[in-house]
Write a protein that binds this ligand. Structure first.
Ligand code: SF4
Ligand code: SF4
Length: 169
């Protein structure tokens, strides 16, 4: 899959330069907790520190006095999962987020499109459904915006990345 071709970053239909952080689906990778996030590094550092200090041995005793520590193995598992979430490359550079097989990437690459904003089927497309529980209508809304207004200043116009970001604004 030729998703990381520098040529694809050049100007498209409505002017401006396509930022490599703009994914095929219209999401902005720079806003994702999985990409370049201090969260990953913090979880990794904490896991290393817990191991270095043999904290599990401490927990074996401590949990006799405080029930909360009985869940320590679950806590460690979640920390490991947070580390696993890490995306080392943006979608466009890496050919999809987190190496899962994304139908949107495949479809755009097959159609030789820089993103879904270039597609006439955008509004009716059901390939965005899996994104809804995290992102609501943001990907499609961003694509409509990109189609109408181009890439310039998109970072200032883009919609909230996560549904819960909307609530906190
Ligand atoms: S892999 Fe798919 S869902 Fe993920 S950012 Fe890229 S186009 Fe969007
Ligand atoms: S059909 Fe169009 S809008 Fe849907 S994933 Fe493919 S390129 Fe994107």
């Amino acid at each position: 899959m030729d998703a990381g071709d520098d040529q694809s970053l050049e100007s498209a239909a409505n002017g401006g330069r396509l930022n490599e952080m703009i994914a095929y689906c219209g999401l902005f990778c720079g806003d994702c907790v999985r990409y370049g996030s201090t969260l990953t590094e913090s979880a990794r550092t904490l896991l290393t520190e817990l191991e270095k200090r043999k904290f599990s041995d401490y927990v074996e005793v401590k949990k006799k006095f405080d029930d909360a520590f009985k869940d320590y193995p679950i806590f460690v598992d979640v920390l490991k999962k947070i580390v696993e979430l890490e995306c080392k490359e943006s979608c466009r550079k890496g050919g999809g987020c987190s190496a899962f097989d994304c139908q949107i990437v495949t479809c755009c690459v097959e159609k030789k499109q820089k993103g879904c904003w270039e597609c006439e089927q955008l509004v009716a497309c059901d390939k965005f459904d899996f994104l809804k529980s995290f992102h609501g209508e943001t990907p499609k809304k961003n694509c409509v915006d990109l189609r109408e207004n181009g890439f310039d200043d998109f970072e200032l116009r883009k919609n909230s990345f996560y549904l819960w970001d909307e609530k906190s604004e």
